[in-house]
Design a protein. Structure first.
Length: 146
């Protein structure tokens, strides 16, 4: 299984989702590949936001070596599942879909609920971490029950 996590800038939510999913995948002994990307190009080549790095570290996950990149249509060829954090990300990723098959790979990480962007609110990073972790564990449980 190859999974891509997507948010707006690839510095807050998707790097957390990337790190959390990798952590849980290792816990479960699964051989899955995980990556992350942003729909925007502002932070290409940058590390995740320092607050995302800090909250991940608080829970024993190191995301400091991740490097931000932008989502591209070729990601549809590379990944089995593409999880987005909010409805704007969903719209932007689906706009690059080339086929119905591409569209079927894309879904909100938390089904109908969105993961809020904590960028402007320092105190939201912990809550966002918890939401993402819950979503990642649900995805793995769902996939393993198939």
């Amino acid at each position: 299984m190859k999974i891509l996590m997507v948010c707006l800038g690839n510095i807050c939510r998707s790097p957390l989702a990337h790190g959390i999913m990798e952590h849980v995948v290792k816990e479960k002994g699964l051989n899955w590949d995980v990556d992350s990307a942003g729909t925007g190009d502002w932070h290409i080549g940058s590390p995740p936001d320092r607050r995302s790095i800090a909250i991940a570290k608080k829970y024993g996950i190191d995301i400091s070596s991740q490097c931000c990149r932008q989502f591209s249509a070729s990601d549809f060829d590379e990944f089995d599942r593409i999880y987005v954090m909010d409805k704007m990300n969903l719209r932007d990723v689906l706009a690059q879909a080339r086929s119905e098959e591409d569209k079927q790979k894309v879904r909100l990480l938390l089904n109908k609920e969105v993961v809020p962007d904590p960028y402007y609110e320092d105190d939201q990073f912990d809550a966002v971490f918890q939401m993402i972790e819950k979503g990642c564990r649900e995805i793995i449980n769902e996939e393993l029950s198939k």
